[in-house]
Design a protein around this ligand. Sequence first.
Ligand SMILES: NC(=O)c1ccc[n+]([C@@H]2O[C@H](COP(=O)([O-])OP(=O)(O)OC[C@H]3O[C@@H](n4cnc5c(N)ncnc54)[C@H](OP(=O)(O)O)[C@@H]3O)[C@@H](O)[C@H]2O)c1
Length: 249
Amino acid sequence: MNRLENKVALITGGNSGIGFATAQLFIAEGAKVIITGRNQESIDKAVAELGTSASGIASDTGSMKDIMQLQAQVAAIHPVIDILFLNAGVAKFSPIEATTEAFFDEQFNINVKGSFFTIQQLLPILHDGGAIVLNTSINAHIGMANASVYAATKAAQLTLIRNLSAELIGRKIRVNAVSPGPVSTPLYGKLGLAADQLSATASHIQSSIPIGRFGTPEEIAKVALFLASDDSTFLLGSELIADGGMSTL
Ligand SMILES: NC(=O)c1ccc[n+]([C@@H]2O[C@H](COP(=O)([O-])OP(=O)(O)OC[C@H]3O[C@@H](n4cnc5c(N)ncnc54)[C@H](OP(=O)(O)O)[C@@H]3O)[C@@H](O)[C@H]2O)c1
């Protein structure tokens, strides 16, 4: 299939999980892909695995300094891009009593401020008619103990798809979101839980997914492909929920 023939995509957080699977799929569909992440070593490893259609840039979505340099770094590889997948994000969970300002700010800086200013900085080199896709989360829709800060960042991201679609309609740029339910990625290993806690948490989450299993990164990548490609040209400010029925059944 060549649904992204001659397209260039920037995928933030493309060295792992959903971002990496999306980079693989976009390349299989004919795109050139640039991935970002904070860790140069894992970016290099991912680019080597993705092959010659991929490039990587170490850039921290939580750093305004890095975001301000990103347009020039991307343009040095591909002068113009067609697709921007705002996927970089962190998920941390804490009861409200234990939540610190630093905990709150870290997630808002990366997930919300980082997404917003990355879009702002990349807009000048995003083709008219291009597609912006945000990776939000089912947590924007459900109530889950200890998830209030993370959920609030994802709800904030969802408001961007509608407001920015309205603002960018003159340039025919579509802004949409995929909202995954639980997906098997390295994200859960970054929660700071001991192995037995992690396994108990995974079992608990799994029991709340009607389809009876976690999603795969590849299943989310297919939704991102749909939103990034010309298959979805009538979708603006739309959210596609891919959650195994967690929020719908
Ligand atoms: N897995 C799920 O169940 C699930 C469900 C709903 C939504 N999501 C969303 O899916 C997105 C991807 O998560 P994932 O599950 O694929 O987890 P993951 O494997 O941990 O991937 C997260 C990616 O984001 C990058 N990243 C994190 N902070 C960054 C920063 N400050 N600057 C640049 N890159 C950064 C990471 O790279 P570095 O570590 O190298 O920086 C990594 O490539 C996130 O936005 C997450 O909220 C995940």
